[in-house]
Design a protein. Structure first.
Lengths: 361, 361
C-alpha cells in the first residue's frame, strides 16, 4: 500500500507518501535530491532499527550520518550544533540534502539545521513515530527548545518530501503510539466531527495497531494538516488552530522539564484543558467535555496536568508562548466539537478556574 | 542631509535612510515597528557611544537591550544564544522588533536571531561602521560563524528598514574605516568602472572622512547593492557577484582565526587575489591588476594574504565555502574592471599560482 498526498504550496509544494515498505524505496527519494551529498540525521534508538535500509536505498549517493541522543531534553542548541559539525566535517556544500530519520525531535532539529546550513539546504522527512507521521513532519515548522520555552528558536522550512513508512510503527513503544494519537484526536476536534466519531469507534483497533485503522487515521490527519498548511503556511491565520491544546501542553513540557512528559502526552492533557475552558465559556456542553476526556483517556493519555503545575506556573509559562500578541494571551478553543477558533477574549476568571481544575489522571 | 533608497523586494521592500542626525529620528523607526517591545542588540564598544540616543528616540516603546562583546571572534552560537536569553527574560512575543545597533557582526547576529526567534520577528538595521553601512546591513544575509567556516549557519531575513547615520563614522577607528572601503571598492570593480575611477580620485577625501565624499560613496554602494539584491534576493544568480574577493577573504578570516583580520581587510586581500587570478586567465591586463592593488593599498588595506596562508590551507578552507556546487569550486572573477562573472572553469594551475603569489603587504 502506498498513497500520496500533496501539500499545495506553489514552488514549495511536496508529496507526503504514506504506506508500507517505503523506507527502502529509492524512487521516493531520488526526485527530491539535487546534489550527491546526503546527511542522515537520526538518533540512538532509531539508527539500529532503520538506518541501514535507508542507507541501502540511497546507495547511489555519498551518504553520511549523524546520530544524536534520543529525547526532547536533547532538542537543544548544543545538540543541534552537532549536525553542523558533521556537515562541515564532511565538507558538505549548498546542494546537499538532509534526511530526518526519526520522530518529531529529529525532524524539528534536522529541519532547522537544513533551514540554516549555508542559509538553507534541502531536507526530506522520514518520520518513524506516529506523532511525526501525522503532525510534525508536515508543514515546515522546525526548531529547538530554549530552557524558558518550547520551540522558541526555529524557522519555517518546508521539506522536499515526507516518506511515512507504516512499518516503522511496529517497533514504536506503546507510550509513543498513545502520544501520536493526541495529535490525531486534535484533528477531529478542530476540523472533522465525523473523524472524531470514527476515532471513538476505532480506538481499540488503533491501540492494537490494526494496519488499516492506522493507515486511515494517518491519511486523514495528513489531509487536514496539508489543507490547513496550504491555506496559511506562515500561521497568520487559521494555521493557529493546529495549536489546540498546545499552549497548555508547551507549558507542561517546559514546566516539568523537557522529556519528562512526551509532547503528545502534554497535548492530550492540553486538549482536555482547552475543552474544559470552552465549557466554562458556555461553548461546549458537559457531555462534550466528557467525550473529549474519555477519548483522550482511552488513547492512554493524561487528561489533565500534573499536580505540580499550579495556575501561577501555567500563566508564567504561557505568556512566553508564541501565541501572545500585543501582550494578550491568545488561545485556541472549541465553539463545538469539530470546530475551533482563536480568541484573546477569555476572561481571567474562567482561565484561572480551568488552570486550577486538576482532574485525576 | 537625509537621502532614502528603496530595496525593491515586493512585500519585503524596505528603505535605506542615509544621512546625518538619523539615530535620534523617531520618525524613521516608527513605521517599521508593529508591537511595543523593542530589543536593542549592540556591543560593548558601541553602547557607550550610541545606545542612549537610540533609546531616547524610541522612548515611546518598551525598550530592552543586550550588550554583546565586540569582534568577529564573538560571532558564535554561544554569544548568539544570549540574544534569546534576553528576549525570553523580557517575555518578548512574536510582534517584538530587534534593533541591530553596531557593525557587521552585530547586524548579522541580531538579524539571524530575528530570523529564528519564535520562527521570525522583525528587525531594523542601524549600522554604525562604514562596512555595515555600505554592505552587510543591506540585503538580508544574516548568520554566525562555525569554527570550520565563516557564516556557515544563517538565514536570509530582510530588515524592515536600514538607518545609516553618517555621524556614527566620526568615532570609527581608522582601521575600521579602511575595512569598509574594501567593500566600496568591490562595488566599483563588479559593476561601475566610473565609480572605480571616482574612488581613485577621491581616496584621500574618503580617508580624511570628508562628509560629502563619504555620503556619495555610501549612497552609490547602497544603490548597487539594492539593485542586485532586488534582482536576486536568494543568490540563485547575479547576487553571487557581490562575493568578489570573499571566497579568498573568508578562507583568510577562518585561517588566521576570527577577529585577527577584520572582514574588510580579508576582502581587500581577496579582491587583489581575484584580480591576480583574472590576470592569469588573460582577462585583466597587468596594468589593471596594478590599479586594483594600488587602490586597495591606498585605502590602507593588505593587498595579499598573510604568509601563513599556504595554497594548501587556502584550498582546504575554500572547499567548504558556500560557493561550491557539485564539488566544483565557483569563483567570482573579473573579465574587466567594472564587470564580474561567476565561473567554475578555473584551471588548477592558475589557481595554484595565484594562491602561492604572496605579494609583500
Amino acid at each position: 500500500m502506498n498513497e500520496s498526498l500533496q501539500v499545495e504550496l506553489g514552488a514549495r509544494a511536496y508529496p507526503i507518501h504514506i504506506g508500507t515498505g517505503l523506507l527502502a524505496e529509492t524512487a521516493l527519494y531520488g526526485p527530491h535530491i539535487r546534489g550527491d551529498q546526503l546527511m542522515v540525521v537520526t538518533n540512538e534508538r532509531v539508527a539500529p532499527l532503520y538506518l541501514e535500509p535507508v542507507r541501502q536505498a540511497l546507495a547511489a549517493y555519498r551518504v553520511q550520518q549523524v546520530i544524536l541522543p534520543d529525547g526532547e531534553q536533547f532538542k537543544t542548541l548544543e545538540v543541534w550544533n552537532r549536525i553542523f559539525d558533521a556537515l562541515l566535517d564532511a565538507r558538505f556544500g549548498r546542494d546537499s540534502t538532509l534526511i530526518a530519520l526519526g520522530g518529531g525531535v529529529i525532524g524539528d532539529m534536522a529541519g532547522f539545521a537544513a533551514a540554516c546550513y549555508q542559509r538553507g539546504v534541502d531536507f526530506i522527512q522520514v518520520p518513524t513515530t506516529l506523532l511525526a507521521q501525522v503532525d510534525s513532519s508536515v508543514g515546515g515548522k522546525t526548531g529547538i527548545n530554549h530552557p524558558a520555552g518550547k520551540n522558541m528558536i526555529g524557522a519555517f522550512h518546508q521539506p522536499r518530501a515526507v516518506v511515512a513508512d507504516l512499518d516503522t510503527l511496529d517497533t514504536l513503544p506503546q507510550r509513543e503510539l498513545s502520544a501520536g494519537l493526541a495529535e490525531v484526536i486534535k484533528y477531529g476536534l478542530i476540523r472533522d466531527a465525523g473523524f472524531l466519531a470514527w476515532l471513538e469507534s476505532h480506538m481499540a483497533e488503533l491501540l492494537a495497531r490494526d494496519a488499516d485503522a492506522l493507515a486511515y487515521a494517518i491519511r486523514r490527519s495528513c489531509e487536514i494538516k496539508a489543507e490547513i498548511v496550504a491555506a496559511d503556511e506562515l500561521e497568520s491565520g487559521q494555521r493557529a488552530l493546529l495549536n489546540l491544546g498546545h499552549t497548555f501542553g508547551h507549558a507542561i513540557e517546559t514546566g516539568v522539564g523537557y522529556g519528562a512528559w512526551l509532547h503528545g502526552e502534554a497535548v492530550g492533557a492540553g486538549l482536555c484543558m482547552a475543552a474544559d475552558l470552552s465549557r466554562r465559556l458556555g461553548w461546549l456542553a458537559d457531555a462534550d467535555l466528557e467525550r473529549v476526556r474519555r477519548l483522550v483517556a482511552r488513547a492512554g493519555l493524561p487528561i489533565g496536568p500534573p499536580a505540580e503545575m499550579t495556575a501561577g506556573r501555567f500563566l508564567e509559562l504561557m505568556v512566553v508562548d508564541k501565541k501572545v500578541q500585543k501582550g494578550q494571551l491568545r488561545l485556541v478553543l472549541l465553539p463545538q466539537l469539530g470546530d475551533a477558533l482563536v480568541t484573546d477574549q477569555v476572561d481571567a476568571e474562567s482561565l484561572q478556574a480551568s488552570l486550577c481544575a486538576h482532574v485525576p489522571v
